[in-house]
Design a protein around this ligand. Structure first.
Ligand code: ADP
Length: 381
């Protein structure tokens, strides 16, 4: 049983660089918690502070409620896995996995039994006599994991462990890691910049940006109720379409003016989404995920098709809408002076799509997101 708590934690490196800025983080017992964010946002620094490899400059770190700021990495009893496999090339798989127990002075028979058990769990029990050079990338990954988990540590900390694998193996390895974690139920913190990986693996995700924690939640919560434009656009591929819009009153209800188009709000917003009548008259950034757009002949949103991409089962359509575009930059939100927002939408694999022709879309108005144009914060119920 292990919980992790970070209270008001900051990390300033000796050169003065503030890598982590007053963050709070709580990881539940047995949870698979992913730290997600672009490169350089402070994820590894947080992980290394949990491991005890870096000191926190400010704030408190607790494991199971006990302050561990001054406890060394060994005493914290965590297993850390990195992207490099770092297996001993001259040892067999069995020797590699059993190495930590051998070093701890356990009897060979006990080590062998435990190695068998772990190898079965990792599905490498048929290659125990091989050397690492004769394993596939995925097998090497699992053996490396085996060496970390054989000690039954109280925490697993993983820093982009899959980034050296090719796309196919990555997907296989990520489901393996999740399966193993679910069986062992060891509290795990996993760092990645890959939103798809995070969505696929996490019980909960914490999104970081510029040393700050932006939002924590389950993959579905973050996807459906992002706290701000950054989270909204970081999660999901293709990313959420964002345009400038104005909320207006239209006799029987509210509507959105997007460029020259008027979209009546015909459906009740999803739980947690903004109540449109409360922001009538306001200019906002409206967010619509590609899957919330459906091509229909009488669709209210007309876009002009720029290009199409075949995804096999469907086509991805890139088009332009005649509304100012909203762009999130390092310094804030920029609104384009031109009146063209790039958007993406899906259509059937065999649907005819003509370039530069109007493409009529219906917007699922229950699934629209609204954001403040200055702060990027989600406008929520
Ligand atoms: P991430 O894991 O999200 O890519 P890191 O935690 O590795 O980010 O780094 C966060 C920031 O701190 C980056 O700007 C990085 O350059 C900086 N940084 C990391 N380690 C050091 C260090 N030892 N000294 C100074 N700056 C560092």
């Amino acid at each position: 049983m292990t919980t992790i708590q970070l209270d008001d934690v900051s990390k300033v490196y000796p050169d003065g660089h503030v890598a982590v800025h007053h963050i709070a983080l709580a990881v539940d017992d047995g949870e698979f918690h992913v730290l997600l964010g672009p490169s350089g946002c402070g994820k590894s620094t947080v992980l290394r502070m949990i491991a005890g490899l870096e000191d926190a400059t400010h704030g408190e770190l607790r494991l199971d409620g006990v302050r561990v700021n001054d406890v060394g990495p060994r005493e914290r009893d965590v297993a850390m896995a990195f992207q490099t496999h770092a297996l001993y090339p001259q040892m067999t798989v069995a020797e590699n996995i059993g190495f930590p127990l051998k070093m701890a002075g356990l009897r060979p028979r006990v080590v062998a039994e435990r190695v068998e058990e772990i190898a079965r769990l990792l599905h490498v029990d048929d290659v125990l006599d091989r050397r690492p050079s004769r394993l596939s990338g995925g097998q090497q990954q699992r053996v490396s994991l085996g060496r970390s988990i054989i000690r039954s540590p109280r925490l697993f900390l993983m820093d982009e462990p899959l980034s050296n694998l090719d796309a196919h193996l990555r997907i296989e390895a990520r489901s393996e890691i999740v399966r193993i974690q679910r069986e062992l139920r060891t509290t795990t913190v996993f760092v990645t910049h890959d939103q798809e990986e995070a969505m696929a693996m996490a019980d909960r995700i914490t999104v970081m940006r510029d040393g700050l924690v932006i939002q924590t939640g389950t993959p579905t919560e973050l996807y459906e109720r992002p706290a701000d434009l950054f989270v909204a656009q970081f999660l999901g591929s293709p990313q959420m379409n964002v345009m400038v819009a104005r909320v207006i009153e239209r006799g029987d209800g509210s509507a959105l003016e997007i460029g020259s188009h008027t979209i009546p709000i015909t459906r009740t917003p999803r739980e947690g989404h903004v109540c449109w009548s409360s922001i009538v008259g306001r200019r906002i950034a409206v967010g619509v995920r590609p899957e919330s757009l459906t091509r229909v002949a009488d669709g209210e949103l007309l876009a002009s098709v720029e290009s199409t991409e075949s995804l096999g089962a469907e086509q991805l359509v890139h088009a332009l809408v005649d509304a100012p575009a909203v762009e999130l930059t390092a310094t804030g939100i920029e609104i384009s002076h031109g009146r063209e927002s790039p958007i993406t939408a899906f259509t059937g694999a065999h649907d005819a799509v003509s370039l530069w022709e109007p493409f009529a879309l219906r917007v699922d108005t229950a699934a629209i997101h609204a954001f403040d144009l200055e702060t990027g914060q989600a406008l929520a119920a």
